[in-house]
Design a binder for this molecule. Sequence first.
Ligand code: HEC
Ligand code: HEC
Length: 274
Amino acid sequence: MSNSKVSRRKFIATGLTFAAGAALAGCGVNGAASPATAEPAKGQPVAAAVSGADQPLPWPYEVIDPEVVRKRAYENYFEGGCCYAAGKAIVDSINEKVGGPWGNIPTDMFKYGKGGALGWGTLCGALNGSLLAINLVTGKDVDLIGNELIGWYTMFPFPSTKMDSYAKITNQITTISNSPLCHVSVSLWASAANAKINGDEKANRCAKVSGDTAAEAIMYLNNWKEGKFTPAYTPGSEFASCLTCHNGAKSMLDNEQGKMSCLQCHDEKSQGHP
Ligand code: HEC
Ligand code: HEC
């Protein structure tokens, strides 16, 4: 028993590239115990996986129709939740047009992001899935484009009516979350709409949030690709001053992580502030 553990560890430490091949091939540990001589099993997509891993960012991109992505994301939602909805819609649409490394992404991996990561209500999955694709497309510009998408999300009255020609439920109540958190976004909306979190109305709303967010991401990527992306988001005046003292290496205190509106959780006056 302990033998197999040791050889497995050794194998992982010395044969990372082959580990991927072995995992794909479903090989036992023993067969791959000697990485120097290990051969990927015949017919396994090892070479493809490695070329995906080796593809430096930014990945190739072409302008995509945001309405195609919006509809796909709306529909995907019902198969795997918000992160899968947005992430798969974007990846599939780029893959269709560009191919290359985009064909190597197992889109089922996006399923963990539903409900703000497995129902924990943290980062909205529609953002999470879109951000992964933005990162691959833009490389270092992910800070610029991703920040804009998150900022936009916090101020957008979700859901739009742009999916109403094919949506199962139309003309839904809209709310602005002032937050990228699934918890805030969904709970606030459910309260305003008098809807249950596990009901059909909420599913439709979040399917549309996925569509709206993925489409917005694609519009940014299109603009970025054409060299005409300009960020528009700025933090609201009610908390911009908090950031200048608390957030960032150049701020007075640099003692807080996050760009979300502070006042959703903190009351300035109750803190006895300078
Ligand atoms: C002029 C600079 C400045 C601004 C603007 C500012 N803060 Fe502060 N904040 C401070 C200082 C200084 C402290 C005290 C730090 C300490 O005692 O360690 C503090 C403390 C805090 C604390 C910790 C309070 C505690 O119980 O110790 C919170 C939370 C906080 N600020 C939130 C905010 C929020 C929210 C805003 C915007 C509405 C804001 N701050 C704006 C300077 C600022
Ligand atoms: C989603 C809710 C949320 C948001 C948004 C938020 N905070 Fe907090 N923050 C918290 C919680 C919860 C704690 C931990 C408080 C505790 O346990 O005392 C905390 C802790 C802090 C502390 C340390 C408090 C201390 O006792 O010294 C500071 C400073 C702070 N936040 C500042 C900010 C600022 C500035 C912003 C806006 C840029 C902000 N927070 C946004 C929830 C939030």
